[in-house]
Design a protein around this ligand. Structure first.
Ligand SMILES: [Zn+2]
Ligand SMILES: [Zn+2]
Length: 342
């Protein structure tokens, strides 16, 4: 019976309902109006949406089972390791860096906006490097392996990615004076939104969310981020406020004419846990071993994915620039044809 009890506890934990369940049992319904009460009600939203989405997938006969299966395995694998290291890193950084921050924010609405902008900057840095430094791409690529989009992709992460991401985001926030309480509030909102933007087309066909698409980062923007189409690669690194994408020129809207193709560009088996989880590490090790000289070996580790010691680079930037050039040429040719026709 112990197995059943463990299973029951794990399901309750996955669904995120234990806090709300405890409050319900206590009979203290007023507690739902407190911060903790509200949080306890928001937690289960994403897991419930995930289950609904899975059911809808079966109804529409587009269940994307391969993605769910591998992401479920990843969830189980990560459940016992990654989170604990990340929490330890956050605690350590707060302890070390908070004393040297030049000032401390307070829990007010304007400091909240300040804190969120700073957090997004930290998020941008972690995510940008996750795509532009090959070693960090090894940690991040697991998240980009699925060839379909649904809420289970939220759980597709290499177990060392959370510690790496939280180290950078927390360092930036604490050094720029964001106090821990405010940081945890932002982390909660950002985590919930960060999960929601993976909602799939089975549930939400148009991810633009109407006028919100002009103001914040929507599921549509994040679908673009997960796409391997040349125009879309390495764009939309932000999470909720996409100001930093606009500042650094990585902002990209979803184009009607381009059908989203999810996944990563190398040949891989996205239904194979080992390939999804360790595939990029294997590729990097092969490249490092095959590279001539120590300098080239090191460059493979720190240069963007697709960089080659032969000079024949296949990075996202090269692919995107080439696509743009072809598009421009096509436009010029069309213009000439139109002028000829006149
Ligand atoms: Zn990414
Ligand atoms: Zn994502």
């Amino acid at each position: 019976m112990e197995v059943l009890e463990t299973l029951y506890n794990e399901i309750i934990r996955f669904l995120g309902v234990s806090q709300a369940w405890d409050l319900l049992k206590s009979g203290d319904y007023a507690a739902f109006r407190t911060y903790d009460g509200i949080v306890s009600l928001i937690y289960p939203i994403i897991p419930l949406l995930l289950l609904l989405e899975l059911i809808l997938g079966f109804i529409y006969k587009k269940p994307q089972t391969k993605v769910y299966k591998v992401n479920f395995l990843i969830y189980i694998f990560n459940r016992f390791v990654g989170r604990f290291i990340a929490i330890a890193m956050v605690t350590l950084i707060i302890g070390l860096l908070q004393p040297i921050a030049p000032f401390q924010t307070k829990l007010t609405w304007y400091w909240f906006i300040y804190g969120y902008i700073v957090w997004e900057f930290g998020h941008f840095l972690y995510h940008y490097w996750g795509h532009k430094v090959r070693l960090f791409w090894c940690l991040h690529s697991t998240h980009h392996a699925p060839e379909d989009m649904n809420l289970s992709v939220t759980h597709a992460h290499f177990f060392l990615e959370a510690p790496y991401a939280d180290t950078i985001r927390t360092t930036v926030c604490i050094l720029l004076g964001v106090q821990p309480e405010l940081l945890f509030l932002i982390m909660f909102i950002d985590g919930t939104w960060g999960a929601f933007i993976h909602i799939g087309e089975n549930f939400l066909k148009d991810g633009r969310l109407g006028f919100l698409n002009n103001i914040i980062l929507t599921p549509s923007h994040h679908r673009v981020h997960h796409a391997k189409n040349p125009l879309y690669m390495d764009t939309n690194f932000c999470n909720l406020l996409n100001i930093w994408d606009k500042v650094f020129g990585t902002y990209q809207n979803e184009e009607e004419s381009i059908k989203l193709e999810y996944g990563i560009t190398r040949e891989m088996n996205s239904g194979n846990f080992f390939d999804v989880y360790f595939g990029e590490i294997v590729c990097l090790v092969k490249d490092v071993i095959g590279a001539p000289g120590l300098k080239n070996k090191l460059l493979y580790i720190i240069m963007p994915p697709g960089w080659s010691h032969t000079g024949d680079h296949k990075t996202a930037k090269v692919t995107r620039d080439e696509f743009r050039r072809n598009e421009l040429n096509l436009d010029v040719q069309l213009d000439v044809q139109v002028m000829d026709g006149e």
